[in-house]
Design a protein around this ligand. Sequence first.
Ligand code: GDP
Ligand code: ZN
Length: 337
Amino acid sequence: MLPSAIGTVIAVQANFYQVQLLNGQQLLCTKREKLKKIGTKVMVGDVVTVADWQSERGVITTVAERRNELDRPPIANVDCIMLVFALAEPAIDPLLLSKFLVKAESTDIPVQLCLNKCDLLSVAEQEQWIARLSAWGYPPILISTLTSAGLSALQEQLRDRMTVLAGHSGVGKSSLINQLIPDLDLRVAAVSGKLNRGRHTTRHVELFNLPTGGLIADTPGFNQPDLTCYPTDLPTYFPEIRSQLPSNCQFNDCVHQGEPGCVIDREWERYPHYLEFLAEAIKYQQQVINQKQPDAQWKQKTNKLEPLLAAKRYRRVSRRSQTQGLPDLTEDSTEDD
Ligand code: GDP
Ligand code: ZN
C-alpha cells in the first residue's frame, strides 16, 4: 500500500495543490474525486491528508475543519495578521492605522503591528510610538530592513505559526520579505526584477517557509478599507473597550457613546476614532436593512432615538461565522504595473 500523510496546502494553481508534509517534503497533489463530488473546497492553509504519494505526487483525500478562513486573500487557518506600517516615509496616519486595525480585528484572528523604518526616528521618538500604540492595545515590533534592527524579535514572533503580512505599498514589505527569505528574492527577482510584482495583479496566494521557522503569506498593498461591520460588533474590535468589559452598561447592546447608564470610560486616545467608525457602522447597518426590508427604514425614521434597537430585530451574522477579508485588494491591483 502507498503511504498517506498529513500536510499543509501552501499553494493552489488551477486543479493542483502544493502540499508540504510535516517533514518538509513538498508534493504536487490533485483532489480525490469524492471531494470534488461533495464540493469540498481546498484552499491555501488547509490541513489535508494526502494518500498514494510517491515521486513527489499525491492525492488529497480529506480536508480538516478550518479554524478560520480569510476571504481576501483566500487563506485558511491563519495564526496572526501582521500589519506592516512605516514609522516615517510615509508617516503614520493614526486614523488610517486605526481603521486597518479594526478591519483586521473583525477577522477574529490575532493582530500584530510591525513598524518598519525605525532608523528614520530618534530613540526617543521610537519610544513614544511604542508607548502610544501599546496604550491602544498593540505593542508594536519596531524594525528596520535597512539596519536589520528588530529583525530577530520579529523572526521570533513569526516562528512556528502562519502569518499573513499586510501593508500599504511603500512601507517596505518587499524589503522585509527579502530579508526574511533571502532565497525567495533570487527566485522572484529572476522573473520580474521586483518581488511581488507579478502577484500584485492577481489574487494568487502562496505560503513561504521562513528559514527561521514559520510560514508567511504576502498580500498585495491595499487601499483604505471600508468598515463593513455592525455597530454592536465595533466595541469588540477595540482593545481599549474590551479591557473594560464585562461591565454593566445599561443595555446589552450599548455602543458606548454616552448613553445613560454606560460605564465605559471615554478618556482614551482612539475614542474619537471609535465614534467615527461607529457612524460608518450605523450607515452600513442601515444599508443592509434597506436591502433586506424596504419598510425598515420607515420604522427607523419614526424611532429616531433608538435606531439600533430598531435594527436589532434583524439577525446579524455572528462574528465567528463570518468569512472575512482583509481590505479589498482589487482596486490596488494595477498600482504597480
Ligand atoms: P513595499 O512597497 O512595501 O514593498 O516597499 P519596498 O520594500 O519596495 O520599499 C519602499 C521604499 O522604502 C524603498 O525605497 C526602500 O528602500 C525603503 N525602505 C524599506 N525599508 C526601509 C527601512 O528600514 N528604512 C528606510 N529608511 N527605508 C526603507
Ligand atoms: Zn456602554
